[in-house]
Design a protein around this ligand. Structure first.
Ligand code: MOS
Length: 730
C-alpha cells in the first residue's frame, strides 16, 4: 500500500498536535549517538572487502591546460602497483547534487589547480600513495584568469523596481557599503571516500554522500550504467556541508577501477585533496545600499554581488536569496553576476547564499540605525514588510519580530544609540551587536516506507541520509508520534538506495520532506488499523502500543496479528506555497571582546532565536542552530580560502591553515526555538532549520566589533590585522 500526496493546499488539520504519544518535538537523544561517540558507526572508508585494492588520486599543478603524457610504465613496476588509470570520466568536475542540472562532467582538459587526472591502484594504501607521488604527469599549462575582480562578469539574475538612485538621493539617511567575503571550504570532518565492488553486472559503492537518489543517477550516468545497476550506501556521513551533494572524483574513480580490475577498490581523498578538489564557496564582492526616511523606514534597498565559478558551471552563489524578502523598500535593485575564473568548482557550501549575503545586509542595517539614531532592533522591526516586497505574496509564517524581541530580552540587549568604546576590561574593548536571520525554505519529493511488525514495533526505511543532523532521531519521532510507539520500539534504516528514495540532505529540505513522507506512510497505516476495527481513523488513538477508540481498546500486537503491515508514504511539493512567501527566520545577538592593541576578536556569548515551523526534536534542532552559530564565528573571524595570486594554487589546504572555529573559539551559546506551525510549508508543518543558524550571524559579530572598538570592517573574515587597520585613533 502507498499514500501519495502532492501538497496543493495548506494542511491545517494539525494532526501531530492531536496525537497522544507525546514524542514529537521532544528533546530525545539520537538513536545512533552511542555508535558515533564510541567510534563503532562505520564510515565509508572503514568497510572491509575481500581482496580490496587501494587507489590514490593524482592531481596536477596547473590551473589550465592539458595532460600531455603520463609515464605509467615507471610506477607500474613499483611494488604492489596494480594499475594506473587516467580515464577522463573520473577526472572531471564534481556534480552539484541535483540530477540533470549539473551532472558529473568528464574532463577534456585541466581547468583548475589540483584537478585529479589519474588514479594509482595498488595492493596497499602505502604502495598506492608512494606510486602516486612518483607518477610523472606532463602537462601543458596555459595562462588563465585567476582574479574575479580582474575579469568581465556575466549577469546571473537581477530585479529592478522603482528608482533606487533617486531614493538614495532623496533619503534622509542612507548607507552605501562595499563588503568582500573570501571563499570557504565545506571542511567536513570525514574525508571523501568510496569503496566500490563490481560483480559483473551490479556496482555496490559505500561512499560518503548527501543525496543518494541523485548521486546514483549521476554515477550511473557517468559510467554508462542503468540506475538499477548501481547501489549506493551511506548510512553514516561525517558531515557534508554541501561538499557531498554530488558525486565527486573518488566515487567515479573507485567505481571505474573496480569495474576494470574486477576487484573491490577503495579511494580515500587526503585532507589536502578534499580542500583542492571538492566544491568551494565562491568569494563575494557585495554592495549594499539602503535609503530611509527620517524615521528609518526604508524607501530603497539595493544589493549587488559578484561571485565566481569555472567556465561552463551553472551554479552561482545565490547571495541575494533572502535579500528579496527580508526588508521593505519600494525602490529596489538586486543584481548578481558571475566572473569566470580558474579555481575549483564553486558550489553549495553551508547555507549557500544567505550565509554570506544576509550578514552584509545586516552590517548596513546597523550603520543605518546609527545614522538615524534608532535602536538596531527597532530599526528592523520598523522595516519588516507586510508582504513580499517584490511579488506581493503573503508570508506563510514569519516569527521574525518575535525572534528579535525575545532574543533581545534573553540576551539582555541594551538599547542604542550609544558611542563605541563604552566598556573596557583591561586591554579588551567589549561590545554587542545583533542581526536578523533568514533562509528560504523548500521541500522536494520524498518516499519512505513504514512497517508495523508483529509484536508491535515499527521499521522506517528510506534512502535519506543523516549527515550529522539528527535524521535517525526525527524520522523515528514522526513515526512514534503517529503510531503511538516509544522511540525505542522504532528502528530507522537510512542511507541505502535499495530503500525508497527520500529527499537527501541538502538545502535544509530533509526534515520537512522526508518527515512528511514518513507522516504520510503512518497516516496510511492508521487508516488500515481503523479499517480492521471498522471505525473511522479520526476515532483512533494510538498510545504506548495500545489502540483505543470510542468503543474499546486493544493491544497493537493483538490487532496486527502475525503479518507485518506496511505503507509507503510519497510526498511531493505541489501548489500549497505557490501564492506564499515561505522562509525561516531568526535573530542573533553577540557580545565580543576586541583587543585594543592586537585587534584580536573573541566572541564571548551569543544568543540565537529561531522560528522554522514545527520543531521535530528540540535537542537536534538546537544542535543544528548551535552548529550554524559556530560557523557564524568562522565566517566572521577566521575562515578563508587563500589562493596564490601568481599560480592559482590553494595555499591553505588543511585544517591547520584553514581556520574553522574550534572549541576555544566558541563560547556557550543560547538558542531559543520559537514554536510555529506552517501548514503550507509541509504536511508536518515544519520548515527548514539546518542552515538557518548560519544566515546573518556573522553580521551580529561585525556589528559588535564596531560597538566595542569603533572599527567598521568591510572584509570578512575580520582578522586582527583588518580590525586593527579599521580601528579609529586613540
Ligand atoms: Mo547544503 S550546502 O545544501 O549541504
Amino acid at each position: 500500500m502507498s499514500v501519495h500526496l502532492k501538497q496543493d493546499r495548506p494542511d491545517t488539520r494539525n494532526v501531530l498536535d492531536k496525537t497522544r504519544q507525546g514524542v514529537i518535538g521532544a528533546p530525545l537523544p539520537r538513536p545512533e549517538g552511542l555508535l558515533k561517540t564510541t567510534g563503532t558507526a562505520t564510515y565509508a572508508a572503514e568497510y572491509a572487502a575481500e581482496g580490496c585494492l587501494e587507489g590514490v588520486l593524482v592531481t596536477v599543478p596547473v590551473v589550465r591546460g592539458a595532460v600531455t603524457a603520463i609515464d605509467e610504465e615507471q610506477v607500474r613496476a613499483m611494488p604492489g602497483v596494480v594499475a594506473v588509470l587516467s580515464d577522463k570520466r573520473m577526472t572531471g568536475r564534481p556534480a552539484q547534487g541535483m540530477a540533470g542540472e549539473a551532472p558529473f562532467q568528464p574532463a577534456q582538459e585541466v581547468c583548475y589547480w589540483g584537478q585529479p587526472v589519474a588514479l594509482v591502484v595498488a595492493q596497499s594504501f602505502e604502495q598506492a600513495r608512494d606510486a602516486a607521488k612518483r607518477l610523472v604527469v606532463e602537462c601543458r599549462g596555459e595562462d588563465a584568469p585567476l582574479d574575479p575582480a580582474a575579469v568581465d562578469a556575466e549577469e546571473s539574475e537581477s530585479t529592478r523596481q522603482g528608482d533606487l538612485a533617486h531614493a538614495m538621493a532623496e533619503a534622509a539617511h542612507s548607507v552605501d557599503i562595499t563588503v568582500t567575503t573570501e571563499g570557504h571550504a565545506s571542511a567536513a570532518m570525514e574525508p571523501h571516500a568510496a569503496l566500490a565492488q563490481w560483480d559483473g553486472e551490479r556496482l555496490t559503492v559505500h561512499a560518503s554522500l548527501q543525496m543518494l537518489k541523485f548521486n546514483r543517477a549521476e554515477l550511473a550516468d557517468s559510467l554508462g550504467l542503468e540506475q538499477d545497476q548501481v547501489r549506493l550506501l551511506s548510512p553514516y556521513v561525517g558531515g557534508g556541508f554541501g561538499s557531498k551533494l554530488g558525486v565527486s572524483q573518488e566515487v567515479v574513480a573507485a567505481a571505474l577501477a573496480a569495474m576494470q580490475l574486477g576487484r573491490p577498490v577503495r579511494v580515500v581523498m587526503s585532507r589536502q585533496q578534499v580542500f583542492q578538489v571538492v566544491e568551494r564557496r565562491s568569494e563575494t564582492h557585495q554592495r549594499v545600499r539602503l535609503a530611509a526616511d527620517a524615521q528609518g523606514r526604508l524607501t530603497g534597498f539595493g544589493h549587488e554581488a559578484r561571485v565566481s565559478n569555472l567556465p561552463g558551471e551553472s551554479f552561482a552563489e545565490p547571495v541575494l536569496q533572502s535579500s528579496h524578502l527580508l526588508y521593505a523598500g519600494d525602490n529596489r535593485l538586486l543584481r548578481l553576476e558571475v566572473a569566470r575564473i580558474h579555481r575549483m568548482t564553486a558550489g553549495s557550501v553551508r547555507a549557500p547564499g544567505e550565509a554570506v549575503g544576509v550578514q552584509t545586509v545586516e552590517q548596513a542595517m546597523d550603520m543605518l540605525a546609527a545614522k538615524a539614531g534608532i535602536d538596531p532592533v527597532e530599526l528592523r522591526l520598523r522595516n519588516l514588510p507586510d508582504k513580499h516586497p517584490e511579488n506581493g505574496k503573503a508570508f506563510s509564517s514569519r516569527k521574525l519580530a518575535e525572534c528579535l524581541e525575545r532574543g533581545a530580552a534573553a540576551f539582555g540587549w541594551e538599547e542604542r544609540p550609544r558611542a563605541p568604546r563604552h566598556t573596557r576590561e583591561g586591554e579588551w574593548w567589549i561590545g554587542t551587536g545583533m542581526a536578523s536571520a533568514a533562509r528560504v525554505h523548500s521541500v522536494v519529493e520524498a518516499k519512505a516506507r513504514v512497517t508495523l511488525r508483529p509484536g508491535g514495533t515499527a521499521l522506517v526505511e528510506t534512502d535519506m541520509t543523516d549527515i550529522g543532523t539528527g535524521t535517525y532521531a526525527i524520522l523515528g519521532q514522526v513515526a512514534g508520534e503517529m503510531l503511538g510507539l516509544a522511540p525505542a520500539d522504532i528502528e530507522v534504516r537510512l542511507g541505502d538506495t535499495e530503500l525508497p528514495p527520500g529527499s537527501g540532505s541538502g538545502g535544509s529540505v530533509g526534515a520537512a520532506s522526508c518527515g512528511s513522507a514518513v507522516f504520510l506512510a503512518c497516516e496510511g497505516l492508521r487508516r488500515k488499523l481503523a479499517e480492521r476495527l471498522g471505525i473511522n481513523s479520526d476515532d483512533l488513538t494510538l498510545k504506548d502500543g495500545f489502540v483505543r477508540w470510542s468503543g474499546g481498546e486493544k493491544a497493537l500486537p493483538e490487532l496486527l496479528g502475525n503479518a507485518p503491515l506496511d505503507c509507503v508514504g510519497h510526498f511531493e511539493p505541489g501548489d500549497s506555497t505557490q501564492d506564499l512567501a515561505v522562509s525561516s527566520f531568526g535573530a542573533f545577538f553577540a557580545e565580543v571582546a576586541v583587543n585594543r592593541w592586537t585587534g584580536e576578536t573573541r566572541v564571548r556569548r551569543m544568543t540565537g532565536a529561531f522560528g522554522f515551523g514545527r520543531v521535530l526534536n528540540a535537542r537536534t534542532a538546537r544542535s543544528q542552530c548551535l552548529g550554524g552559530m559556530t560557523w557564524c564565528i568562522g565566517n566572521a573571524l577566521t575562515e578563508s580560502l587563500l589562493f596564490d595570486p601568481v599560480d592559482g594554487h590553494l595555499a591553505n589546504c588543511d585544517l591547520a591553515e584553514y581556520h574553522v572555529p574550534v572549541n576555544r573559539d566558541v563560547p556557550d551559546c543560547e538558542v531559543l526555538l520559537l514554536e510555529e506551525r506552517d501548514a503550507a510549508a509541509s504536511p508536518i508543518q515544519a520548515k527548514g532549520v539546518g542552515e538557518l543558524g548560519l544566515c546573518g550571524g556573522a553580521g551580529a559579530i561585525a556589528n559588535a566589533i564596531h560597538d566595542a572598538c569603533g572599527a567598521r570592517v568591510f572584509a570578512y573574515p575580520m582578522t586582527p590585522d583588518r580590525v586593527l587597520a579599521a580601528m579609529p585613533e586613540g
